[in-house]
Design a protein around this ligand. Structure first.
Ligand SMILES: Cc1ncc(COP(=O)(O)O)c(C=O)c1O
Length: 463
């Protein structure tokens, strides 16, 4: 796939400008050994000896998070030197900017994405005795947020083509106890949120979007997080807009955000809640406030989010088009309704049948040895012990019948066979920083995988 010179120049310009001051980061070697063209050990010795990725050094992958001393530090230092560190006008400034970015009226920041989810669910009246429908292919925070409200997560299997919740399987999981759907746009790839909203409207269910990996992703040109009753985001360190820790809830429902605000500030009524509950300490609440210096970091990071999102998407499209030609490598599918993808992860399926039966773990080890950081991703959440142990807690025993807490019954009802295959056998990921590399870096990934494919038999024998 050739790019025009013009595009190449523009790309280099954007990249250079984005990375100004981050030279030290870009100069860092990956923690993984670079074996191309070097003496090698372990599993890749076999393939390096037979078919090295010819004459190439493994790339120096962009380090994350990025920090531009000249552009980022003045406002953060000013905030630090002001002595106003607790929530004030910089947090408000970030909230206004994030609401505008997503295209909604209001945003409330929180300490992290997990608590953004808990706050949103709790203030939509999700609680003990309720069920919340979620996908199993997600980060542990999604089901934990449901459990923290006192509700039970109900898992809907994954569509392995997209890595997202299989919308065609939602309705069979709805019961009289179902109160909400918590869809996740995993990897930053939008799920079928319009299909989910249709089902939610039909069954009168609340929808909280877990957009914790999907900043700027779009469905039909509308940002994800803006479809449900609430959208939740994470700004944790690994995220595409990092501030160490941080989260946000967005919504057009002013009363709902006032309620969330009050909850996030000890239950002290705010805005429309004053008329409803009276001024002062009139509501249930906790403390989830973001700090001024986190917001200042967030505002600095927000400036490069759009351009970096474009670079990730361009590289992902190119990498996908090349990887698709390798037998046994099946990247994510994008439906036509998806108009932008934030790519927190680049996921693909690995079919060992096309690699002479080489197990995924050995494939990952060989790819890492070639200097390409990769991972097998999530494990099967619906089978993890946190569920059984929470069901045995004092609160859950008070809220649910012994039959509802029967874990064998629960697990049978929550089986997700497609997701099991994805987690246990097939999924492979690259993280978002890899997608900020050069076009040559993407080519290197392809060459490394082609090399493993070519030498799969030898690798398998060496196990
Ligand atoms: C899909 C998903 N949901 C929720 C969260 C929770 O966000 P945080 O780590 O900010 O609490 C994350 C963060 O890793 C996530 O990836």
């Amino acid at each position: 796939m050739k790019q025009s010179n013009k595009k190449n120049t523009r790309r280099r310009f954007i990249k250079q400008n984005l990375l100004t001051g981050a030279g030290a980061m870009l100069g860092m070697h990956s923690a993984l050994p670079s074996l191309a063209g070097e003496p090698s050990k372990g599993i890749s010795a076999t393939i390096t000896a037979t078919a090295p990725v010819s004459g190439q050094q493994s790339p120096q992958w962009p380090k994350w998070p990025m920090w531009d001393i000249a552009a980022d530090e003045p406002s953060v230092l000013e905030t630090l030197r002001s002595g106003v560190w607790s929530r004030a006008k910089i947090v408000e400034q970030f909230e206004a900017a994030w609401a505008e970015t997503i295209g909604l009226k209001r945003c409330l920041t929180t300490v992290n994405g997990t608590n953004a989810l808990i706050c949103a669910l709790a203030n939509l009246d999700v609680g003990g005795g309720d069920e919340v429908i979620i996908p199993p292919y997600t980060f542990i925070a999604t089901p934990q947020a449901v459990l923290q409200t006192g509700a039970m997560p109900v898992f809907v299997d994954t569509d392995p083509d997209t890595f997202q919740m299989d919308v065609s399987k939602i309705e069979e999981k709805i019961t009289p106890r179902t109160r909400a759907i918590l869809p996740v746009h995993i990897a930053g790839i939008p799920c079928d949120i319009e299909g989910i909203m249709k089902i939610a409207r039909k069954h009168n269910l609340a929808v909280v979007e877990d957009a914790c990996q999907a900043w700027l992703s779009e469905v039909n040109h509308k940002k994800v997080g803006a479809f449900g009753h609430a959208g939740c985001f994470s700004f944790q360190n690994s995220k595409n807009i990092p501030m160490g820790e941080g989260g946000a809830i967005v919504s057009d429902d002013e009363e709902f955000i006032d309620k969330c605000y009050s909850y996030h500030n000890y239950g002290i009524a705010r805005g429309s809640m004053i008329a409803k509950y009276g001024a002062g300490m009139s509501m249930a609440g906790t403390k989830l406030r973001l700090t001024e210096y986190q917001a200042a970091i967030g505002l600095a990071q927000l400036k490069r989010l759009d351009a970096q999102t474009t670079i990730r998407a361009d590289n992902a499209a190119y990498l996908k088009s090349r990887l698709e030609t390798i037998p046994g490598i099946i990247p994510y599918k994008l439906h036509n309704y998806i108009t932008r993808v934030s790519f927190h992860l680049f996921p693909f399926r690995y079919k060992k049948e096309s690699f002479k039966g080489l197990p995924r773990a050995a494939f990952l080890k060989a790819l890492s040895a070639e200097g390409v950081p990769c991972s097998s991703g999530y494990s099967t959440l619906n089978t993890q012990p946190f569920l059984a142990n929470t069901f045995q807690s004092k609160n859950f025993k008070k809220m649910y019948s012994p039959q509802q807490l029967d874990i064998a019954r629960y697990q049978e009802r929550n089986r997700c066979p497609q997701n099991d295959i994805l987690c246990n056998e097939e999924a492979v990921w690259f993280t978002q920083n890899i997608l900020l590399g050069s076009r040559a870096d993407m080519d290197y990934i392809v060459s490394a995988i082609e090399k493993i494919h070519k030498n799969a038999e030898k690798l398998k024998k060496s196990l």
